[in-house]
Design a protein around this ligand. Sequence first.
Ligand code: GLC
Length: 572
Amino acid sequence: MTQNLADASRSAAVPAARTAANTGASRGGWWRDAVIYQVYPRSFADGNGDGMGDLPGIRSRLPYLRDLGVDAVWLSPFYASPQADAGYDVADYRAVDPMFGTLLDADALIRDAHDLGLRIIVDLVPNHSSDQHEWFQRALREGPGSPLRERYHFRPGKGEDGELPPNDWESIFGGPAWTRTTDPDGAPGDWYLHLFAPEQPDFNWDNPAVADEFRSILRFWLDMGVDGFRIDVAHGMVKAPGLPDLGSHDQLKLLGNDVMPFFDQDGVHAIYRSWRQILDEYPGDRIGVAEAWTPTVQRTANYVRPDELHQAFNFQYLGTGWDAAALREVIDVSLDSMRPVGAPTTWVLSNHDVTRHATRFANPPGLGTQIRTPGDRALGLRRARAASLLMLALPGSAYVYQGEELGLPDVTDLPDEVRQDPSFFRQAGQDGFRDGCRVPIPWSGTEAPYGFGPNAGGPSWLPQPAEWAHLSVEAQTGDPTSTLELYRSAIAVRREQPALGAGTAVEWLPAPEGVLAFRRESAGGAFVCTVNTTGETVRIPAPGRMLLSSTEAVVTENGAELPADSTAWWAV
Ligand code: GLC
């Protein structure tokens, strides 16, 4: 499956440098208030009927995304990969995996998207490669002393015969972060570092060949016309000198709370300064987006300083429960942290790594982002719709994960034998339930795969629940009460109302306990968003003319009745 890097780039029968799509007037950087839609290629649309989504499938559904009204599409990895971690294990960064199509398909997809006014952001995975990557394979073959070993972290083991890992680091997916190699002569050899699965060896970013290679990969995709990169594990590339022990055996719990010797090291920022120079060389506002797990939003802000990346995911927001006080606090902290560096705040509720928010909010708080119980579905959906309207009313850029616009819940009862999340297997089924948010999208019809693939009754790589027939795009289109139409209307209003998306602040208005009310001001007019996070109807003076509501709200001369778990938008 691994394609030779040089051959793959030579065979790229695509035009040379092309400028990015010009989608509308410049708003001081298109990304500042963009709605960006995440496509998970395995699960979006299957063009050839093999049960696996692919690039031609995505291409055929671009008009749907244009009509939804989003500004850009972020594609999770579609590169050549053995799929040990669903494509986040890249064997060849310049080739498309045959399961997804070809480079020509990627080229056609980028062109079509631009013609429709959509920008394309691709995923870049620089912390680790696949163990099938040519460099790693050569490093293994050539044995100790091979210069290729310097591009990864190979170390002798501890103990009398090197039988113990070189340090105490644990893999995010469970078990030690080290795997022992076998030397070419068959003897037990050095160990290599993999913060994720053993099939994902970490690059050594102190080696200049690694940095050079990634600068070249950036240019390859920029020349293909992409509008930016979502950078996977953007906080991981630089490790503390000497790879010191952590001294704890509960490292997963520390993630995101403490500075770790393998995450959020200050050295990563030099990499982003060098990448920013490359992005800026290209016309059309190309961007970099950091997937950075850091202990605080303030540390996340370091990734989006003016000479680094453009956006960083706001995981603190994603991790906040359905609670007015907690939401208000995270919104304030997020806006306050980004303002000094001049970067837009981002807002995200779901992605391919966490339980969908319709299911998170259906369950009691405090269960984290890997949940296996469906909870109260109706409650979850009501809150999810309200949370989505809140997110789309905040200043900055919002990320929508495919299927959330359909109100899809997580599939919590997937049989173990169909699961593919590597973490599920490394944690002996105790964790790693990410397949539940990766189930293919229902498009139409009454029978699985619901238009995901071309044939009725055809396959889908994960089974779709029977009740998804009612949640398909076809079933929801034209139904004013559907979640899909709510998203379409919300994104359309966001485009029309200059007070939405733009700016860097919200003005909080007095509101009853459990209710959030904020005002956004702009030259074009003011806007108010009200959010009732309580389980009761709350009556308030009507803030203005209602534009949109996640659950039908009643406005009378005496005021507005905000139903339980609902958000409303008002023009004032
Ligand atoms: C990121 C991806 C996740 C992947 C991991 C390792 O967190 O979002 O899906 O498993 O990196 O590449």
